[in-house]
Design a protein around this ligand. Structure first.
Ligand code: NAP
Length: 312
């Protein structure tokens, strides 16, 4: 197995990880960024962003490509397609093992992001890829002139529902309350879209079909009444869960698993920082992940410099 040593190893190459990499490498540290897949994280799948300052409208993939090129410019070393097998965040140096490489690092920045939460209803797993999808940008085009249902009332659900109206003949939005959580500007766009029909106070009980999904059973949470909706696709957008399986109790987390940090992004473990969607944060945006990355890199740099002075 290849062995590599770095001042800082960053786990996760989304906007937070790449921004931390850029800042740390520019601060003259040796930096390795490790990702389970290619770089860019969740925003690579966003069709368009219109709230990243300086870019009135930019494709998610295009923006993340620019992040990556910018990190390259400062000599960040990238390790794509590396599944984390184990981490020791307590030892000095800290050790991260993937199948291919054993990394030793003075400091580690955790930027592993989050993944879609499952509905946990009958039919969800069975019909995954056959009518159940968690990525409208990836799969929306399969639903040309078909009926789809988005579940959830947050920014993701409502933005993706609007996106799906480009293809689908009708988009139902099933939400468990009678008020949306999404930003008002996004809500207004959805309310003004004639293809979108809201079904409030309702939850999905079951996803049904033969080869492919053809209907869902929903329950009105106020009346208890059950009903069926004919639909060809179901897109659950009910929030996210952090990618933290590798942590194994070495770092303090909140009740949902998000990593706890202070305002310098420091975790409960010395020399370990957490940034972006994986940490307990009030706002999950490209800009906040990016800002987290800058803060963590600056404090990781200070930490590494102290470690170097101690060992001289
Ligand atoms: P979110 O904001 O947490 O919204 C999740 C939605 O799903 C809520 O409406 C919630 O209902 C509902 N929900 C949760 N659990 C459910 C369950 N078991 N069954 C049915 N419904 C359930 O998640 P998100 O929309 O994925 O967004 C995640 C983060 O990314 C947020 O901070 C969001 O602002 C951000 N984001 C921002 C943008 C943007 O600014 N353009 C775009 C996408 C995402 P309740 O409302 O009743 O809790």
């Amino acid at each position: 197995m290849e062995k590599r040593e770095f001042d800082v190893v960053i786990l996760g190459g989304g906007p937070g990880g790449l921004s931390a990499g850029l800042y740390a490498a520019r601060g003259e540290l040796s930096v390795g960024v490790v990702d389970v897949s290619m770089f860019g994280g969740q925003p690579s799948n966003y069709l368009e962003l219109e709230n990243y300052p300086g870019f009135k409208r930019i494709g998610g993939y295009e923006l993340m490509e620019q992040f990556e090129e910018h990190a390259d410019m400062f000599g960040v070393e990238k390790f794509p397609m590396q599944e984390i097998e184990s981490v020791d965040l307590v030892s000095s140096p800290k050790i991260i093992k993937t199948k291919q490489v054993e990394f030793a690092a003075k400091s580690v920045i955790l930027a592993t992001g989050a993944k879609p939460m499952k509905l946990g209803v009958k039919g969800e797993l069975e019909f995954a890829g056959r009518g159940v999808s968690y990525c409208a940008v990836c799969d929306g085009a399969f639903y040309k002139n078909k009926i789809v249902t988005v579940v959830g009332g947050g920014n993701s659900a409502i933005e993706e529902a609007i996106y799906l109206t480009q293809f689908a003949s009708k988009v139902y939005v099933v939400h468990r309350r009678d008020e949306l959580r999404a930003d008002k500007i996004i809500q207004m766009r959805a309310f003004n879209n004639s293809k979108i029909e809201f079904i409030f106070d309702s939850v999905v009980e079951e996803i049904c079909g033969d080869e492919l999904v053809n209907k869902i059973i929903i329950k009105n949470v106020k009346t208890g009444l059950m009903s069926e909706i004919a639909t060809n696709g179901v897109f659950p957008y009910i929030g996210i869960v952090p990618n933290v399986e590798y942590i194994n109790g070495q770092i303090a987390q909140d009740s949902k698993g998000f990593i706890l940090t202070d305002e310098t992004m420091r975790t409960s473990q010395e020399g370990v920082y957490a940034i972006g969607d994986v940490r307990n944060t009030p706002l999950r945006q490209v800009i906040t992940a990016t800002a987290d990355g800058a803060i963590a890199a600056v404090y990781a740099t200070k930490y590494v410099q102290i470690q170097k002075e101690v060992t001289v």
